[in-house]
Design a protein around this ligand. Structure first.
Ligand code: FES
Length: 111
């Protein structure tokens, strides 16, 4: 499979996050401070909670359930630090934001 259009830049402003279903996978798109666009697994690695229901301050995604925090640039866990979000490749083509889901599996934590 190839990159698939998810939305346009108008749908995702700097400091915002949105979730989309792409090829049957829940994807969280974030536009971090500075305009960097990243795609991560949409479900929290802790339990079955959509991350889009949490908070995003432009740098950190915070799950609403137990307040786990993730770096919006790398997907790495900040608190706790022994977890991470799986990251999907993103391509920006003009106004379009595209994501590739092939070969990426959501991660689940061991804590
Ligand atoms: S389900 Fe996300 S922190 Fe627990």
């Amino acid at each position: 499979m190839a990159f698939k259009k998810v939305c346009t830049r108008d749908d995702l402003w700097e400091g915002e996050m949105q979730s989309f279903e792409v090829n049957g996978q829940e994807i969280l798109l974030v536009c971090a401070e500075g305009g960097d666009i990243k795609a991560f697994q949409g479900i929290c690695p802790h339990q079955d909670i959509p991350l889009v229901e949490g908070k995003f301050d432009g740098k950190t995604v915070i799950c609403r359930a137990h307040l786990w925090q993730f770096d919006a640039c790398s997907g790495k866990g900040i608190n706790p630090s022994d977890c991470a979000l799986a990251e999907y490749p993103v391509k920006v083509d003009g106004e379009d934001i595209l994501v590739e889901t092939d070969g990426v599996k959501p991660l689940f934590a061991h804590t």
